[in-house]
Design a protein around this ligand. Structure first.
Ligand code: GLY
Ligand code: MN
Ligand code: MN
Length: 373
């Protein structure tokens, strides 16, 4: 580390200076290069060969593949955030405010884990609010009362030494799933578990997105919300009505980490087209060291459903009466933080996931559960 005042002296022998300039492929925001004139090093800037082309793509690519020290930080922040989610599930009951769940999470991460900040604005949504993907923003600040009979969706992560966790748990407000809630939840859980089992080096991320859609559509057929052949539904791109976001994204220093796409590089696949899948923040081929979120979801979004009812290519698959009776349901998302290893994938998230596990923990059971005698 050097003081700005020492810049000229410390770079006296340099010939070329690499400065960071480029576009973040996820946010579209640009990094402006350091202003050497403003730093009092104008003479140096004029003397040196300043290169603003190469550093940004090289650093972005470095950030895609995590070093062992980064993996340790990601493991830690995911563990603390997992424990905080368990505390939230145990604090939840009808009558509690959404922001009280947020507050429980933030306190746990800071008090027990030293995570001073969350890695993004917390999403704590009851009922219909949980179909709003980035609920919790300033215009909808987690300020509703949690109602008996609702599903609750909590998407929250701590940040530690600049590294992010990004975890979602969905659970019934009163601690007991109804049969319909369990059917939808289990469809999303099937998608989640199937993807993690299939993730390994060489797998293309859009294929995992399609796998998740297939599992969710199958569950909706089983629960009586859809009718017909799931292969035909996939061909008609029905999946994007129920999961209008990407399956998951790179995770690291940014929650939606850099390096997802790279213009002009044939080794990095471009953004796929189509409802839902076009929202993928990367289409890369999985490789060891990549840290991904796996976050399938199933939402009853009134706007998208009404559009689908009017779409002749989709309407025939929809059991309209039953869907209209569940427009207040909201949505379910299940999100883990997963490292691609040499031969497969390892989740760093450790929270109750099955219906039985969720109900047991919400009834006060310990997590992880004590070993059976
Ligand atoms: N919490 C934002 C996301 O899941 O991508
Ligand atoms: Mn999330
Ligand atoms: Mn995420």
């Amino acid at each position: 580390m050097r003081y700005v005042g020492d810049l000229e002296a410390s770079l006296a022998a340099a010939e070329r200076l690499f400065l960071l300039q480029g576009e973040n492929s996820d946010s579209g925001e640009s990094t402006a290069p350091a202003d050497l004139e403003a730093a009092g090093a104008g003479r140096l800037a004029r003397k040196l060969d300043v290169d603003t082309e190469h550093l940004h793509p090289v650093l972005s690519e470095c950030r895609v593949f995590k070093a062992p020290e980064e993996v340790e930080l990601l493991k830690y922040v995911s563990r603390i955030s997992s424990q905080a989610h368990v505390a939230v599930m145990q604090a939840c009951r009808p009558g509690v405010m959404e922001y009280q769940l947020e507050s429980t999470f933030l306190h746990h991460c800071y008090f027990h884990g030293g995570c001073r900040q969350p890695s993004y604005t917390s999403i704590c949504a009851t009922g219909k609010n949980s179909a709003v993907l980035h609920y919790g923003h300033a215009g909808a600040p987690n300020d509703a009362e949690i109602r008996d009979g609702d599903m609750v969706l909590c998407d929250m992560g701590g940040e530690y030494h600049g590294y992010a966790a990004d975890i979602t748990c969905s659970f019934p407000a009163n601690g007991k799933f109804t049969p319909t809630q369990a059917a939808i939840y289990n469809g999303v859980l099937d998608a989640h578990q199937s993807v993690i089992k299939a993730m390994r080096p060489g797998v293309a991320w859009p294929e995992m997105h399609r796998l998740a859609e297939t599992k969710i559509l199958s569950a909706l057929v089983g629960a009586g919300f859809l009718r017909g052949d799931v292969g035909e539904m996939m061909a008609a791109q029905l999946g994007g009505v129920f999961m209008p976001h990407g399956l998951g994204h790179l995770l690291g220093i940014d929650t939606h980490d850099v390096g997802g796409y790279r213009k002009g590089d044939p080794a990095v696949p471009p953004r796929p087209e189509g409802p839902g899948i076009s929202k993928l923040r990367t289409a890369r081929i999985m490789a060891p060291g990549m840290m991904m979120t796996v976050e399938p979801g199933c939402y009853f979004c009134e706007y998208l459903l009404r559009k689908a009812f009017d779409d002749p290519a989709l309407a025939g698959f929809l059991v309209r009466d039953k869907l209209e009776a569940h427009l207040q349901f909201g949505g379910v998302r299940i999100e883990d933080n997963v490292l691609i290893t040499a031969h497969g994938a390892e989740s760093f998230t450790d929270v109750p996931r099955t219906v039985e596990e969720v109900e047991e923990v919400m009834a006060g059971g310990a997590w992880p559960p004590p070993p059976r005698a």
